[in-house]
Ligand binder design. Structure first.
Ligand code: 5GP
Length: 117
């Protein structure tokens, strides 16, 4: 699998506003935020898409959600509420092929997230 920009962030080869890190995961602010709080939670293990997950990744993906909840509390958006999104492939709007959980909040978010068609 070819290296993505997120691998470079993990290795500190390019800068990012990192808000959380542990052995398995890293979280940093999205460079193009779509809400007052927009943080990406990524596994350090490079997995391209949801389609590439195996049973051995179940603990890791669950961990991303635990980290998301921790971040939501730290950012003060847990009680009001927030949204987590993991896009997959072209129709899902995925642009970086290293799975990541978007954590969005800080304002009421529209639903459904698409405009027609
Ligand atoms: P996707 O479209 O794959 O679900 O989400 C990729 C996200 O990564 C986008 O929201 C985009 O703004 C963000 N992103 C892309 N390149 C960078 C970068 O170099 N740094 C940071 N912090 N975010 C990035």
């Amino acid at each position: 699998m070819s290296e993505t920009i997120f691998d470079k962030i993990i290795k500190r080869e390019i800068p990012a506003d990192i808000v959380y890190e542990d052995e398995q995961s890293l979280a940093f602010r999205d460079i193009n935020p779509q809400a007052p709080v927009h943080i990406l939670v990524i596994p350090k293990k490079a997995i391209a898409t949801i389609n590439d997950l195996t049973e051995s990744d179940e603990q890791l993906v669950g961990h991303l959600y635990t980290v998301a909840a921790h971040i939501a509390r730290a950012e003060g958006i847990a009680n009001d509420g927030f949204r987590t999104v993991m896009n997959c492939n072209e129709h899902g709007g995925q642009s970086v092929y290293h799975i990541h959980l978007h954590v969005l909040g800080g304002k009421p978010l529209g639903w459904p997230p698409y405009a027609g068609d």
